[in-house]
Design a protein around this ligand. Structure first.
Ligand code: NAP
Ligand code: MG
Length: 502
């Protein structure tokens, strides 16, 4: 660990447990063993606010992935896991949730230090969301069942359906909510009786490795959950084409999701894809303006805009446009730009130099395209991959900054004159992850909800998430759902059984 990172951790008094975890050599978790990459390769992990080296992680290989798949297969194809009764799986999932809860502060610090995000937000959202997800799906383990059916076919039959786990699930996740996104995929998979191989994002693998220690401690049999760290182009592609994996559950960008999907389809792997977004926000003049301004700013600037369903395109009724922009700017000015461990941090550094440069590139593009820079728009002096929260005014839907996912703290806005125009502008996108409406006219709100082409519609709020509600996109934002009872269907096969009766 570089001295700059040591000083940073000391300045904010991180837990001894966190220091201990971050100071030890990191290993992959495969078949219950802690292993280096098969060729011994490792890669540096950079802390985003100091830009200094935090630690190193193994760069897993196709051989490591293959070992992990064999371990997961053995547990699924007749190993101790496959013999567990539903209530035993339920109990193990609750035990895991308890351990995550008990170590929640440490996990929040690891997530913050690795990814750069606010530690307070990590505790309240990422870690709490992870605990809630395991608890919610624990309860499902004992509530999965088929149906008995009365066929009309001449003859005498007992006809029924069985719900069976899909098998070994390959999980590929991005870096913005590392632990929570993994939990979204693991909770339902384990509840149904599947086994998993996870590839975390190369930039943020540490919370998954700490999680694996808790998996071991919870007494979940070796090989049920495997963590292979490394590059998407190596471990991710090997996973997409591995014949021992029955289903792939991917969260990430639309282009990578598309290639993972094509590779999976060659082997008819089952598939869930949670992809990018450019979610519209419509603000009507009848909304509570100060409350809406805060919610819109939080909805785009939370996690420094590195959120898949961030409300990044705001369409604002013309009569309130200048006033609303001013309210947005005034509230945004109160959001503290700081390192993630600062308890008052709201705007944390971007996850990496590459991400910061990409976001700054989009800000330059917006200016070139003729959008009016209304607020922010600059990096922040000193170390750290910061970008100021940024608001553009008078944008048009034909601008790339309005159509492409920026994945940073950038809001594009434009005024509208009629509800029909606002709806058309909102739906004019290749993505369809979420949409938000701000209005106090219930008739208007109910009329618009069915017309918005998005997997989630938020009204007078943004990014309210719960494991009981399904999450997933329309159009190029994805395929299938995570969370909610809906997710279970994507982890189960349905077997039709016919028994001829005498
Ligand atoms: P990404 O580049 O698509 O990477 C996502 C994951 O895929 C990473 O683990 C990555 O590994 C891996 N990967 C890269 N190339 C691969 C390949 N050829 N085959 C298999 N796996 C590969 O996305 P990101 O930049 O990390 O994350 C941001 C994106 O995720 C945004 O588009 C965002 O909207 C989306 N997202 C969607 C949701 C949702 O629920 N819809 C939630 C969060 C984020 P490496 O890290 O090693 O590159
Ligand atoms: Mg990192």
């Amino acid at each position: 660990m570089d001295n700059k990172v040591k000083d940073y951790l000391q300045a904010f008094g991180v837990l001894e447990a966190t220091q201990r975890f971050l100071s030890k050599p990191q290993r992959q978790f495969i078949g219950g063993a802690w292993v280096e990459a098969s060729d011994g390769a490792t890669s540096e992990v950079i802390e985003p606010s100091t830009e200094a080296v935090l630690t190193r992680i193994p760069m897993g290989t196709a051989a490591d992935l293959d070992r992990a798949v064999q371990a997961a297969r053995a547990q699924f194809d007749g190993g101790p896991w496959s013999q567990l009764k539903p209530l035993e799986r339920e109990r193990l999932l609750h035990r895991l949730a308890d351990l995550i809860e008990r170590n929640g502060d440490e996990l929040a610090q690891i997530e913050s230090i690795d990814m750069g995000k606010s530690v307070e937000q990590a505790r309240a959202v990422d870690i709490q969301g992870t605990i809630d997800t395991f608890r919610y799906f624990a309860g499902w383990a004992s509530k999965i069942h088929g149906r008995t059916v009365e066929p009309s076919l001449p003859g005498n039959y007992l006809a029924y359906t069985r719900k069976e786990p899909v098998g070994v699930v390959g999980v590929i996740v991005p870096w913005n909510f590392p632990l929570q996104t993994m939990a979204w995929k693991l909770g339902a998979a384990l509840a149904t009786g599947c086994t998993v191989v996870v590839k975390p994002a190369e930039l943020t693998s540490l919370s998954a490795l700490r999680f694996a220690e808790l998996v071991e401690q919870a007494g979940i049999p070796a090989g049920v959950i495997n963590i292979v760290t490394g590059r998407g182009s190596v471990v991710g592609t090997a996973m997409s084409s591995h014949p021992g994996i029955d289903k792939l559950s991917f969260t990430g960008s639309t282009p990578v999701g598309c290639s993972v999907g094509k590779a999976s389809m060659d082997q008819m792997k089952r598939l869930t894809l949670e992809l990018g977004g450019k979610s519209p926000v419509i603000v009507f003049a009848d909304a509570d303006i100060p409350a809406a301004a805060q919610a819109v700013a939080n909805g785009v600037f939370f996690n420094s805009g590195q959120v898949c369903d961030a409300g990044t395109r705001a369409y604002i009724e013309r009569s309130i446009y200048p006033q609303f922009l001013q309210a947005l700017a005034e509230y945004t000015a109160t959001l503290k730009i700081a390192p993630g461990l600062d308890p008052d941090c709201f705007i944390s550094p971007m996850v990496s130099r590459k991400q910061q440069q990409s976001v700054l590139g989009y800000i330059a593009l917006g200016k070139e395209e003729g959008a009016q820079l209304y607020y922010g728009g600059e990096p922040v002096a000193g170390p750290g991959f910061y970008v100021q929260p940024t608001i553009f005014a008078n944008c048009r839907n034909d601008m790339r900054v309005v159509q492409e996912e920026i994945f940073g703290p950038v809001l594009v806005t434009q005024p509208f004159d009629s509800q029909e125009e606002a709806l058309a502008l909102a739906n004019d996108s290749a993505f369809g992850l979420a949409a938000a409406l701000y209005s106090n006219d219930l008739g208007r709100v109910h009329g618009l909800i069915p017309q918005l082409r998005a997997g989630t519609v938020y009204v007078n709020a943004h990014s309210t998430l719960d494991p009981s509600m399904p999450f997933g996109g329309y159009k190029q934002s994805g395929y299938g759902k995570d969370m909610g009872a809906e997710q279970l269907e994507f982890l189960l096969e349905t077997k039709a059984v016919w028994i001829t009766l005498p």
